[in-house]
Design a binder for this molecule. Structure first.
Ligand code: AHR
Length: 531
């Protein structure tokens, strides 16, 4: 990016803060960035999404219907499309989740769509009509993906289906019109062009709602489901992986699955689900104290070890490292009781705590860029760790949305190694004291543009940072953006949709360094042009 485009991009964010003075600063710590030793490319797919037929996620969150007064494009909520485009959403997983293993794709095509059972009915408030209307099927999903410009990732039914139903769905989606009858049926239903879906999940949580299987049973099912895969488009196949947030990390699932796959081609992707699962605790989403702030962050950063441990286990079998992780469900999940409205089950308020958790999680994903092919937040709208809350004509971006926006800079850029000498924090948590990173960061380069994202998880103190560039390059311009709020409980509501939003972060150029002060509970991005 040249200088003019860099400045224009900054002004479009309305957040430019350029400076070139040499002020006395007194940094608490210095990060040294080795821009001359770029590392792995960070897969854009790490910043991915997930929507499920559950509560208010699809119906209302995404699909408002063609006759709705809410601005829509062929029934799809326009604001959702526009905002997903703004953050460059790289992929979208659908239709579940647990819903996927009860879903039969034919129910969602054609004019007459049946009303069917939805897995989540059991959780809906008594008296709510929660049968699945199937108004949103594969055609509507693909129109949504095309409108956003995002890659579809479809989770197929293994738990209550057959390989034949799976293969027919793939053929329906991917075979060219004029070849198979299934492809002609797709054309008759409005889409002559093949969908060319590459990412297929072979089941979901097969150890739980996806069929209560043992790993070796699932490995056998997986083989049956993929052996005769209709190869119209080279697939990226994702096998069900562990429940990473289990106390034992569910390492046994990984061992059992790969044991069961000995002698066969391993999948391209192995899913990990990792929820920062507060459901067994009394913790609330909107109302919390300082130890509860740290408790959530502490449980969140556990994903770092879960990724390393499963990678090590997988390496015992997949010595050529043909399989990468797909962390296709992650987020902070609180117990029920704070929903947007009772029938929007699993929807929860999103505060600065989730924003900081998101920054910490993305830094961990970026550090493991060599292991992670994709990740999908659970779930994008009206759900657990959402970027958007929607109800009727009301729509709001949560603090999590803004973190996704700030981390866009890393999508497809090269990691930059750096030292991070900021001392760990000794923090109060539910069970006494614990240690948390004092500052979490990611750095990447694209052309001559360096981007450093930083998260200050402290509920009490700001931190002054000096970002020094080693290897002879010098920053010629820099700008900073920060997401923070004086009240760590703050979030965006329908009545206060912009309570939490990014603002300019003053930056100072000082020789080969950029200096910034990060407020407590904040997520920041500093972008510099290097000469
Ligand atoms: O995201 C909500 C649910 O959590 C998904 O349906 C399931 O896969 C997981 O248990």
């Amino acid at each position: 990016m040249n200088r003019r485009r860099f400045l224009q991009a900054g002004s479009s964010l309305a957040l430019t803060a350029l400076a070139s003075s040499h002020l006395a600063f007194g940094a608490d710590a210095e990060i040294v960035l080795s821009t001359d030793k770029p590392g792995e490319v960070i897969s854009p797919h790490i910043y991915g999404h997930f929507i499920e037929h559950l509560g208010g996620v699809i119906y209302d969150g995404v699909w408002v219907g063609r006759n709705s007064a809410i601005p829509n494009i062929d029934g799809i909520r326009k604001q959702f499309v526009d905002d997903m485009k703004l953050i460059g959403a790289p992929n979208l997983r659908w239709p579940g989740g647990c819903f996927a293993d009860g879903y039969h794709w034919r129910d969602g095509i054609g004019k007459a769509r049946p009303r069917t059972h939805n897995f989540w009915q059991r959780r809906m408030p008594a008296g709510t009509d929660s049968t699945e209307t199937n108004q949103f099927g594969i055609h509507e999903f693909m129109h949504l993906c095309r409108l956003i410009g995002t890659e579809p990732y479809v989770a197929a039914n293994v738990g209550s289906s057959t390989p034949a139903e799976f293969h027919d769905w793939i053929s329906y989606c991917n075979a060219p019109a004029g070849t198979l009858s299934l492809a002609d049926e797709r054309a008759k239903n409005g889409d002559p062009q093949p969908f060319n879906i590459q990412y297929w999940g072979v089941g979901n949580e097969s150890w739980g709602c996806g069929g209560l299987m043992r790993p070796e049973e699932y490995a056998q099912k997986y083989r049956q489901f993929v052996t005769q895969f209709p190869n119209y488009k080279e697939p990226f196949l994702v096998a069900t992986g562990p429940r990473g947030h289990s106390a034992d990390e569910d390492i046994g699932w990984t061992t059992g699955f790969f044991e069961g796959m000995r002698g066969f081609d391993p999948p391209n992707g192995f899913s990990i689900h990792f929820y920062t699962d507060l459901r067994p605790t009394p913790l609330k989403a909107a109302d919390f104290n300082v130890p509860e702030w740290y408790e959530v962050l502490l449980r969140g950063v556990r994903i770092d070890k879960v990724i390393s441990d499963h990678w090590q286990e997988m390496g015992k079998f997949d010595t050529k490292r043909r399989t990468k992780f797909v962390v296709d469900e992650w987020g902070v999940w609180y117990k029920a009781g704070e929903e947007l409205t009772p029938s929007y089950i699993l929807s929860q308020p999103i505060t600065m705590r989730e924003a900081v958790h998101t920054g910490l999680t993305f830094d961990i994903f970026n550090r493991h860029a060599d292991k992670i092919a994709m990740a999908n937040v659970a779930q994008t709208v009206n759900c657990i760790h959402s970027l958007f809350l929607a109800r009727g004509d009301k729509f709001v971006r949560t603090p999590v949305y803004h973190v996704f926006d700030m981390y866009r800079v890393h999508m497809g850029a090269r990691q930059v190694p750096f030292t991070n000498p900021v001392a760990e924090l000794n923090v109060p948590v539910l069970a006494g004291q614990a240690r948390l990173p004092g500052l979490s960061a990611s750095a990447s380069m694209r052309d001559r543009r360096l981007a450093v994202t930083m998260t200050n998880p402290s509920a009490e103190s700001s931190v002054k940072m000096r970002l020094r560039i080693s290897g002879g390059a010098r920053p010629t311009e820099a700008r900073g953006t920060v997401l923070t709020h004086p009240d760590m409980h703050a979030g965006n509501t329908f009545s206060h949709p912009e309570e939490v939003k990014p603002g300019a972060l003053p930056v100072t150029l000082s020789g080969d360094a950029v200096e910034v002060a990060l407020p407590r509970n904040s997520v920041a991005v500093v972008e510099c042009m290097l000469a």
